[in-house]
Design a protein around this ligand. Structure first.
Ligand code: GTP
Ligand code: MG
Length: 208
């Protein structure tokens, strides 16, 4: 358990390269967390659009007023790391609107392997990489892969199609992270999502 005062929602980040499956993971997590009684809201970051927020609002998975969008501009990492003011303000606005809020999920704009979250913004964060990006990604030791609290290796269903040795990739990810957690998912089909929800619960909410 982190030291989250009961009046405040826990704040978690979900970052990772463009198209790795961040929004797909959130779409899968929402019903699982809601079924566990978690009162949640989502803030998305896109470069110059509100594409992901609109997708979530239309999804029918969550009350659309619980989704906020931040337009990150040309440098998606700036608004989650160097100057997270816009995201902090969006989170505060959601907390004011929903006093019982327990969890705020921030999706970063798609970025590169160097992308990390400021701990002024989030208590804990996930980095999502994609099997189709290649099994050498963990070996490149990007700060996102190394420093995140949980590494999600998504699109495991694609491994046989792109010639990736999934077991080797997962083992290497565990090695470069010094044993910090790695979870394999298929966000399209919903595989591995319960484990991610368990990790969030253990880290910032309650024991699963
Ligand atoms: N095969 C497969 N496709 C997936 C999986 N997860 C996501 N996708 C697909 O990958 C594409 C990108 O997914 P998104 O969830 O939009 O990725 P994102 O990381 O939010 O993308 P940005 O926000 O644009 O950086 C979509 O076409 C998804 O359907 C998966 O586990 N397996
Ligand atoms: Mg997205």
């Amino acid at each position: 358990m982190t030291d989250v005062t009961p009046a405040n929602a826990a704040r978690i980040g979900i970052g990772g390269p463009v198209g790795s499956g961040k929004t797909a993971l959130i779409e899968r997590l929402i019903p699982v967390l809601q079924a566990r009684g978690v009162d949640l809201a989502v803030i998305t970051n896109d470069l110059v659009t509100k594409e992901d927020a609109e997708r979530l609002r239309r999804s029918g998975l969550i009350d659309p007023s619980r989704v906020e969008a931040v337009e990150a501009g040309a440098c998606p990492h700036t608004v989650i790391r160097e100057d997270p003011t816009l995201n902090i303000a969006a989170g505060d606005a959601l907390e004011d609107r929903f006093p019982g809020l327990q969890l705020l999920i921030f999706e970063s704009g798609g970025d590169n392997l160097a992308s990390t979250f400021s701990l002024d913004l989030v208590d804990w964060w996930i980095f999502v990489i994609d099997v189709a990006g290649g099994d050498d990604i963990p070996r490149k030791r990007g700060p996102g892969v190394l420093r995140c609290d949980l590494l999600v290796v998504n699109k495991v269903d694609l491994a046989p199609h792109v010639g990736v040795d999934l077991d080797g990739m997962l083992a290497e990810a565990g090695r470069v992270r010094g044993g910090k957690p790695v979870i394999a998912t298929n966000a399209r089909a919903g595989h591995g999502i319960d484990r991610v929800a368990d990790a969030i619960g253990r880290a910032v909410l309650f024991a699963p």
